[in-house]
Ligand binder design. Sequence first.
Ligand code: MTE
Ligand code: MO
Length: 372
Amino acid sequence: MELLSYCSIDEVRGIDYSVDDPLNREPSTKELVSSFITPSNIAYDRNHGAIPHIASSKHFVRVNGQVPHSYNLTVHQLATEFPQHEVTCALECAGNRRHAMRTLLKEVDGIDWGDAAVMNCTWKGPRLRDVLLRTGMAEDEDKIQWTRGRWMHVCFSSYQVRCQEDKWFGGSVELGRCLAEEGDVILALEMNGTPLTARHGHPVRAVIPGISGSKWVKWLDRITVQDHESPNFYQRHDYRVLPPEVTDKDTAEKFWPISPPLYDIPDWSKSKDMRCRMVQMAPVTRVEVSGDGGKTWVDATLEEPGASMKWCWVLWKASIHLPMGKGREIVSRAMDRGYNRQKEHSEWNLRGVGYNGYGRASDLTVVSSTHL
Ligand SMILES: Nc1nc2c(c(=O)[nH]1)N[C@H]1C(S)=C(S)[C@@H](COP(=O)(O)O)O[C@H]1N2
Ligand SMILES: [Mo]
């Protein structure tokens, strides 16, 4: 049967891990930056509940809300009735580098992610644009609604398993991004050339290049177009940048509705590897590295991966002199196309999301003075 190619090992429906103890893990940074494309078994895992094992032959996605015609799509239809589009892009959890914010600035609330809750993978599946247009929606529906003063959103939901803070998982982004061909938003059936694994959303997940991980809903079963954001807890009460004056959960309650949802993933830098092989998010044009706390800087060489750089991370290498001994530190900073230079620290927020200060490799021991 044709469908078989979209059934991974999880034929029998079951669940892995639990809502009280979900799977959350990251690889070592050294492993992570050893390849431009992150193998799926190395890629980090972030879950707010258990991992469902879904038989793709029984799964379907409902497309509904403020659209001319609602309809259901089986996984087979997603794979065969639309052109399949491939996109290589970075996926990053908004909480990546929370450990840096906590230790360098002030205590924050959340999983103690190091620098490796990020991956750079190739995804394949139909464009969300094509799936939305099949409802009979106009190609410029977002602009039509905007002139009527309504900002339209696309909500991604998964009702497959209960989550820690809500009965289901969901998030939303603006409709315009989903309708724009250049937005490259797809409903991914494949990751790095093979069907998605249960851990990464089998049989279908949202892939929204340039947007932070919480909106990339796994085990996707509903897409809803509406004039307000997803009502899910993880859209309304989490993954938002609270202002720095909010220092406890009670005060946060008042500020959730007026704090912006975290959509864009920040540029970021990584530096844990003595060989100085590190990474920045595009659109990076320059990376500088310092071994003397920022007094002097050396330009790094950006690697040419030969793939589309639009949504990808940028790996880089640099060679610098450090005196022999313990407790050495290397810092890095990136520059983007708009000549914005990465700051030493980014502003503290209670949930510790979006940290984007200098990349830092600390507590290094230099044992030889040989050049790289
Ligand atoms: N259904 C569902 N989708 C989800 C999540 C989840 O808990 N449940 N976590 C989100 C978050 S916060 C991130 S960062 C990414 C992580 O994707 P990964 O587990 O494939 O690394 O998935 C997102 N999609
Ligand atoms: Mo996340």
